[in-house]
Design a protein around this ligand. Structure first.
Ligand code: ADE
Ligand code: ZN
Length: 329
């Protein structure tokens, strides 16, 4: 059973992991009407990626206090742990947590970390954070987010990334923010090669000097780029269920994960925004096993690659690697 295989997840948006019932409950408590973002069965409803971003931001608008994020973090980690995840990195954003005000951001971060500590004691799952500004909010807001990230960088807040609409602006518009984050000791990743093609991936690598790429699947359209990624040891945070749900590929079998892996790229598996895409880490494993006939050995190798590519300290990584050696999560 795939839920019992220990897993490492590197690409998870904290708000995007909010169960719809959780968001509906908060909306009811706060008397905010967001009924339009759900379908008749209570799931999130969206037409395409760009509409998904609007629905995502509407759902996030009900998360207005550090206490909301405390509850959200606990709910998300409980679900991840049930899928066998032993270590997770979550994208969190000062845009949604306190409107990029440093003092407010510290309060949100504190609440998230407290919930993570509690979840670690309850479910033996370890969480670390990656500050992720939103690309379509523009480079100036990303700078403010980078300053929040730099001030709170450390053993828990370990990375800096960029999410949102890949068609908005160019990676180099965000170079200042990535440089500031790097100087503060943060490790770097960036969404690219999801809605943009190989050039978008090349630009993220060249202009932001990232060591991981969120998605990066469309590198497959240029095999010279795939070889460069493999050669450089850049890790792809692949989220097959997200790509299928958003219509990038028609099914798991058409997803390039297996071809990228066969060509020597360091691939990892994550869920992105699990309830939006009707997935969990356990379901990703089941669907990949079925599509590509992967056995536990392949999944073990992927979990090990993920642990090695995690942005945590050496000591935390050693602990995770030990847990991967055991068969049960
Ligand atoms: N934010 C949440 N999910 C995302 C995705 N798949 N791509 C870009 N930004 C996102
Ligand atoms: Zn993502």
């Amino acid at each position: 059973m795939s839920a019992s295989l220990p897993k490492v997840e590197l690409h998870l948006h904290l708000e995007g992991a909010a169960p719809p019932a959780f968001i509906r409950g908060l909306a009811a408590e706060k008397k905010i009407d967001i009924s339009g973002i759900f379908d008749e069965r209570g799931n999130y409803a969206y037409r395409d990626f760009w509409h998904f971003l609007t629905v995502y931001e509407a759902a996030t608008a009900v998360l207005t206090t550090p206490e909301d994020y405390h509850r959200l973090t606990l709910a998300v980690l409980e679900e991840s742990a049930a899928s066998g995840v032993v270590y997770s990195e979550a994208f969190i954003s000062p845009d949604f947590c306190g409107g990029r005000d440093l003092s407010a951001w510290r309060d949100y971060l504190h609440a998230i970390r407290e919930a993570a500590d509690l979840a670690e004691r309850r479910h033996s799952i370890v969480l670390r954070g990656i500050v992720t500004p939103i690309r379509h909010f523009g480079p100036d807001k990303a700078k403010e987010a980078a300053l929040c990230a730099a001030e709170t960088a450390g053993d828990w807040l370990v990375g800096f990334g960029l999410a949102g609409d890949e068609k908005s602006g160019k990676p180099k518009d965000f170079a200042w923010s990535f440089d500031a984050a790097r100087e503060a000791g943060l490790r770097l990743t960036c969404h690219a090669g999801e809605w943009g093609g190989p050039d978008s991936v090349r630009a993220a690598i060249r202009d932001l000097r990232v060591e991981r790429i969120g998605h990066g699947v469309r590198a497959i359209e240029d095999l010279a780029l795939v070889d460069e990624i493999a050669e450089a040891g850049i890790v792809l945070e692949l989220c097959p269920g997200s790509n299928v749900a958003l219509g990038l590929y028609k099914d798991y079998r058409s997803h390039p994960i297996d071809r990228l892996r066969e060509r020597g790229v360091r691939v990892t598996v994550s869920t992105d925004d699990p309830p939006f895409f009707h997935t969990t880490m356990a379901l990703e494993y089941d669907r990949l096993a079925e599509a590509f006939d992967w056995d536990d050995g392949v999944f073990h190798e992927i979990a090990k690659t993920s642990a090695e590519a995690a942005f945590c300290t050496f000591k935390t990584r050693e602990k995770i690697l030990k847990r991967l050696e055991k068969t049960d999560a």
